[in-house]
Design a binder for this molecule. Structure first.
Ligand code: HEC
Length: 157
């Protein structure tokens, strides 16, 4: 795996010279295309980068993961990449549930929990402070762990 640090202006230079024309023929036109091409083809094929269909929160987390794996770019360029990917490779928008802000009714319907379980989550949160992870949430007495696990993609902490 190469982790070469590139200049942020690389994408602009490539766009100006037209050098990468054939390599990015597969990417649709639009703002952020040059940055996506430059940043997301450094370690693996560009095709792998665009192999997912997901909503903006999903793309944000993929791009964050690539940064932890060593992708280097300015915050501004990364934002352009996230916006570009979310626009061109969208997924179904799944409703997210903020576990630390949701009301009992939202927890009940969003996670298909019993009313008593939704109330237990709120009571636990009031007593112990915000949940930090799904493991925290699963400590709530009487909670249906299987239902929480099944909807874990929807949870925001
Ligand atoms: C510094 C190297 C590096 C860069 C730059 C990079 N990736 Fe990755 N990418 C990886 C590695 C390593 C994996 C394999 C991770 C694994 O298997 O857990 C990967 C895997 C992926 C996958 C497969 C699914 C997954 O989550 O493992 C996707 C999608 C992806 N990258 C998208 C992108 C996008 C979009 C960009 C541009 C923002 C990008 N990558 C830039 C290193 C990189």
């Amino acid at each position: 795996m190469r982790m070469t640090k590139r200049f942020p202006s690389l994408a602009v230079w490539m766009a100006a010279t037209g050098l990468a024309t054939c390599a990015w023929a597969q990417l649709p036109e639009g703002p952020g295309r040059a940055e996506t091409q430059a940043i997301c083809s450094q370690c693996h094929e560009l095709a792998r980068s665009i192999s997912l269909r997901q909503d903006k929160a999903g793309w944000q987390s993929t791009v964050d993961k690539m940064v932890t794996l060593g992708a280097k770019a300015s915050d501004q360029d990364l934002q352009l990449v996230v916006d570009y990917l979310a626009k061109n490779y969208p997924g179904e928008e799944i409703p997210r549930i903020n576990v630390n802000e949701a009301r009992a009714i939202d927890l009940e319907s969003g996670l298909t929990l019993l009313r008593s379980q939704a109330r237990a989550i709120i009571a636990y949160r009031d007593k112990n402070g915000p949940f930090k992870s799904i493991q925290d949430l699963e400590k709530v007495p009487g909670i249906d762990v299987a239902k929480i696990e099944a909807k874990k993609d929807r949870l925001i902490f």
